[in-house]
Design a protein around this ligand. Structure first.
Ligand code: HEC
Length: 161
């Protein structure tokens, strides 16, 4: 079974119990972020963030890349705060469903969730600065909708409109 299918199957079964599904290290650098990811995100993005075909994209490269630029960091905060709607392409596959908003989660939890993606799932180099709660707070102060977040994504992922 390939990775995406295994992730999808594990997500459908409601647990990462399939052999080989628990590919990530047992001790994440961001355990609070991992807990939040499992509670809020795996239902769509799969237990190890590999995405689910036709539903939600993999989170195994873009978050780590976004974290290296100011606009990319804003994009990460905007996506979790306000969700995203509109067609996107990741690894040559199209996704056009709705990412929900998570304004109910506090700034520290959202920063930890993003750091789990950036460092534990995407293995960003150690010289990348972890997302700070203040960066989430700055975007929380400027409410927008999922279409605007989709529009802003074009500035950080120009090759995948
Ligand atoms: C209901 C399903 C669903 C849930 C739950 C969900 N997402 Fe998403 N997510 C999506 C979809 C669908 C997209 C693509 C949106 C689009 O097509 O515009 C997406 C996109 C993203 C992206 C942008 C990826 C890129 O390439 O720009 C990130 C980052 C992300 N999600 C993180 C998360 C995190 C973190 C959580 C949990 C806090 C989460 N998602 C929960 C469905 C979901």
């Amino acid at each position: 079974m390939n990775r995406v299918l295994r992730a999808a199957a594990a997500a459908l079964l409601g647990a990462a119990t399939l052999p080989g599904a628990a590919a990530e290290p047992a001790a994440p650098a961001y355990p609070v972020g991992q807990g939040s990811f499992q509670a809020n995100c795996t239902v769509c993005h799969g237990p190890v963030g590999a995405g689910i075909a036709g539903l939600a994209p993999p989170l195994l490269s873009n978050p780590g890349r976004y974290a290296t630029s100011a606009e990319g960091r804003r994009q990460l905060a905007l996506t979790v705060l306000y969700g995203m709607i509109g067609d996107i392409t990741v690894d040559d596959k199209h996704y056009n469903f709705q990412m929900p908003e998570f304004t109910r989660l506090d700034d520290a939890t959202l920063a930890a969730t993003l750091n789990f993606l950036v460092f534990d799932l995407d293995h960003a180099p150690a010289d990348v600065k972890p997302l700070e709660p203040a960066e989430i707070a700055a975007e929380r102060a400027r409410p927008q909708d999922g279409s605007a977040v989709h529009e802003h994504r074009k500035s950080v992922a120009p090759a995948t409109p």
